[in-house]
Design a binder for this molecule. Sequence first.
Ligand code: ADP
Ligand code: ADP
Length: 235
Amino acid sequence: QYILEAKKLTKIYGIHSQNEFEALHALDFQVEPGEFICIMGPSGSGKSTFINNISTIDIPTKGSVRIQGVDVREMSAQEIGRFRYQNLGFVFQDFNLLDTHTLFENISMPLSLAKISKEDIFERVHDMAKNMGIEHLLKKYPYECSGGQRQRAAICRALIAQPKIIIADEPTGNLDSVNSHELLMTLKSLNEQDGVTIIMVSHDPMIASYSSRFVYIKDGHIAETLQRQELSQDE
Ligand code: ADP
Ligand code: ADP
């Protein structure tokens, strides 16, 4: 059983308009539990579109997406919202933290939909923030924190509900090399120690080297997919 499976996934922007543009062409894609996938490809090739459409952020024009056995098309918008919080953790380049909320409020957001007491939420957020070295910043607002601190808060938020799948779009795009390395070690340890499945977009080959499978997207097609072993044999 795949943890995530897309069949004939097609995305057309501006459908039925003059600017109709097919960004993804009937892609098939399967993910086994515990994989660490890096999606690569030139700018504009469809990587973000792809990751958004396999993770409920956007709705495919055609084709199906199953996440943990559930067909996304069979859920209402409300169910999708809840499902997303409980099953997926997102890490983006620009962190996507809400500037009107403290780090505590940002991090606890995925728990607000779950039936968990205030005390438990407080404890879980503090535990996680402590692990990530930002416990002392929980009352601060994102704009009062550095890029590395904001990214760590975003990771806390992505992990707080203990999702089985992490979706990361250029997660190190705004980080210096020390913070990038730290973030990738965190992802790698979640993958290896806790069996979390990771699907990450990056155009940096150094960063891609942390993953176990590479998927190359070109012009809205999967042009190539390589396992780590196949790569090292080529060298
Ligand atoms: P990548 O992440 O690989 O840079 P994107 O998925 O962002 O590529 O974009 C793929 C193609 O789809 C590009 O040609 C882009 O201009 C187009 N595109 C992306 N988002 C939209 C949108 N919201 N409306 C119309 N075209 C879009
Ligand atoms: P990335 O490479 O990280 O996707 P982009 O600059 O390509 O960044 O896209 C930033 C945002 O703009 C995305 O949300 C994408 O959907 C949107 N976008 C990209 N291309 C277009 C387009 N041609 N028309 C409308 N929106 C677009």
